[in-house]
Design a protein around this ligand. Structure first.
Ligand code: BES
Ligand code: ZN
Length: 616
């Protein structure tokens, strides 16, 4: 008996789940899903099987063949990170039917009341399962070591529609016999067949790790932007739909480039969903239906970078998946590399280098952040007793990128491209660990271990000496302008004339962490950075303003924290407030969180809570 993943109760001696059939009745008034899950294992099993769950209420656990109850227990005290273990006693069965309800506090789900949506008239709900939140929607072996196919019958209000990281099969009227068929535990007030209900069916034929399970339900509309791409958003938000249509018009070109570089696109469709502003990430690579924050739509095609990243996951992450979160760099490091290869082709080498430079700065900042927690600076790291949401950082992305780039530079592009294609073809639809990658690397590029210290890169702390700081005219210029700011010099209008968001971001990130307040204000007076529509620029500036104790900006900080829920912005702003040492700043952090908390996704709530509890 041995766990296979520090974040799951799944045991190495148990067969893994290969298929899940879900029937879901979404109750918006109670923010609850009444559900049944039929799990199919890879082989029959006798003994006690462990499943993951979080804040789920079990109603019954049955043998689907006989409908007899299966002996089971739910661990009495949930583990703060892993949740509650469900133990089911099997005697030769390969299927388990579980009837249950989710909790309104389910960590993967954000339920938005009508006033929290754009239209203000209909509710909305969406999921975010990575890294370990799928278990709050359905009991499962919630480890990426497991790959499942699934189908879903989802009963929702007829005024809404649903999208999923799966193929949409049909929208139809609910059938009375379905309640008994799926054995749903619906009280008399919840009716499967009520007039205002509809059923949406989905099937996912490609096997995915549970963290890629995703859906969103709301009043949705879409635009066609390519032969295999639609963009979805709230139908009332015509402005976002219009802007998204323009912003993502290049999606098909990106897919083609991706196919050229990494092999066939295996997921059939590449649709995009623009979520409400509370979406906690920039993007999430849910297969067939990428989820995006509305903050990526800036009208200057820079949202393309995030799309390139999520698209790149179609190969690195979704086809080849990290076996558990200790090997997360295999997902994000390779994807960051693949993203920049796509950006290089569709947006040009200068932009790709700029992105590399922003990443390089971010990596150096993370080394500072983790100077007392060096484990987090390793690519492969020990996550026993560690919550993935608490240690999320740029390290797997940027150190991972640097490692992949180091190999590319060693062997040359042509050979490396060939290697990458072979790597993807060999391990597609598999979940692997760092050693599996290294063995494949050594087998295919003989002698590589003599040229690159592979162990230092994957298991060592810090940034290895042979990492590569990018160079380009524009990058070097911006870094030197940022240096000059320390001597009191501001860039001239001429120098910034061509700058877009990414140039400003690189500049701001390279300024000292705190500056003379008068200098910070002078910079803003000239270039209006606090009001930038580009959140990367705005948040970088506000972070500097907070750390420099420019309290004039507290109003703007508050407004920002109450408008967006993307953790990339919440983290630095709350951290800057909490760590500034000022009472006023700490007070602001506490007050804003108390007021905005309910508008954040549960994952973001948890992350902000842990920042505040650390410093306040
Ligand atoms: N898979 C990640 C998002 C994620 C990571 C969710 C860990 C939950 C746990 C996604 O692909 C990602 O990296 N998003 C970035 C986009 C960026 C690198 C272009 C983000 O959200 O900022
Ligand atoms: Zn990613």
């Amino acid at each position: 008996m041995a766990p296979i993943d520090p974040h799951s109760f799944t045991d190495s001696s148990h067969p893994l789940t290969t298929h899940v059939s879900l029937s879901l009745y979404l109750s918006f008034p109670t923010s609850t899903i009444h559900a049944s899950a039929l799990l199919t294992l890879s082989s029959p099993f006798s003994g006690t099987l462990s499943l993951d769950s979080r804040s789920i209420s079990l109603s019954s656990v049955l043998d689907p063949q006989t409908l007899h109850p299966l002996p089971h227990s739910l661990s009495p005290n949930p583990d703060p990170i892993k949740g509650s273990e469900i133990s089911v006693v099997l005697s030769g069965q390969s299927q388990i039917l579980i009837i249950y309800s989710t909790s309104p506090a389910a960590s993967a789900l954000q339920w938005l009341s009508p006033p929290q949506t754009f239209s203000k008239t209909r509710p909305y709900v969406y999921t975010q399962c990575q890294a370990i939140h799928a278990r709050s929607i359905f009991p499962c072996q919630d480890t990426p070591a497991c790959r499942i196919r699934y189908d879903v019958v989802m009963n929702i209000p007829a005024s809404l529609s649903a999208v999923m990281s799966a193929r949409h099969v049909r929208r139809r009227l609910p059938l009375p016999e379905e309640v008994t068929k799926h054995l749903l535990d619906l009280s008399s007030s919840l009716c499967w067949c009520a007039e205002d209900r509809v059923v949406e069916e989905f099937v996912m034929e490609q096997p995915i790790p549970p963290y890629l399970f995703a859906f969103a339900v709301g009043e949705l509309g879409f635009r066609e932007v390519g032969p295999r791409t639609r963009v979805y958003a709230e139908s009332a938000d015509v402005e976002v739909l219009d802007a998204a249509e323009v912003e993502f018009a290049g999606a098909e070109e990106m897919i083609r480039q991706g196919e050229k570089l990494f092999g066939e696109y295996d997921w059939e469709r590449f649709d995009l969903l623009v979520l409400p502003p509370s979406f906690p990430y920039g993007g999430m690579e849910n297969p067939r239906m990428v989820f995006l924050t509305p903050t990526v739509i800036k009208g200057d095609a820079s949202g393309g970078q995030v799309v390139a990243h999520e698209l790149a996951h179609s190969w690195t992450g979704n086809l080849i998946t990290n076996i558990n979160n200790e090997h997360f760099w295999l997902n994000e490091g390779f994807t960051t590399y693949a993203e920049r290869r796509i950006v290089e082709v569709v947006q040009g080498a200068d932009i790709a280098t700029l992105n590399m430079g922003i990443g390089w700065r971010g990596l150096k900042d993370e080394m500072e952040r983790f100077k007392d927690n060096l484990e987090c600076t390793k690519l492969k790291n020990n996550q026993q007793g560690v919550d993935p949401d608490d240690v999320y950082s740029q390290v797997p992305y940027e150190k991972g990128f640097q490692f992949v780039l180091r190999i590319e530079r060693q062997v040359g592009r042509t050979a490396f491209d060939e290697f990458l294609k072979k790597y993807i073809a060999t391990f597609k639809f598999k979940s692997i660990d760092t050693d599996t990658f290294l063995d494949f690397l050594k087998a295919n590029i003989p002698g590589i271990e003599k040229e690159i210290n592979l162990e230092l890169w994957t298991e060592g702390v810090g940034i290895p000496e042979d990492a590569y700081e990018p160079v380009s005219t524009i990058y070097t210029k911006i870094i030197s302008l940022a240096e000059e700011f320390k001597q009191g010099k501001m860039p001239s209008e001429d120098e910034v004339a061509e700058w877009k968001g990414q140039e400003w971001e690189l500049y701001l990130e390279n300024l000292p962490k705190s500056c003379e307040p008068s200098q910070v204000m002078a910079l803003d007076k000239r270039y209006r950075l606090a009001e930038s529509k580009d959140y990367e620029v705005k948040v970088s500036f506000l972070q500097l303003a907070i750390s420099s104790k420019c309290r004039e900006y507290h109003g703007e900080v508050e407004k920002t924290l109450k408008t967006v829920g993307r953790m990339k912005y919440l983290r630095p702003l709350f951290n800057a407030l909490a760590q500034s040492g000022g009472t006023e700043e700490k007070q602001l952090a506490k007050q804003v969180f108390a007021e905005a908390r309910e508008t954040y996704h549960p994952i973001a709530q948890g992350v902000v809570e842990s920042i505040l509890s650390k410093y306040i």
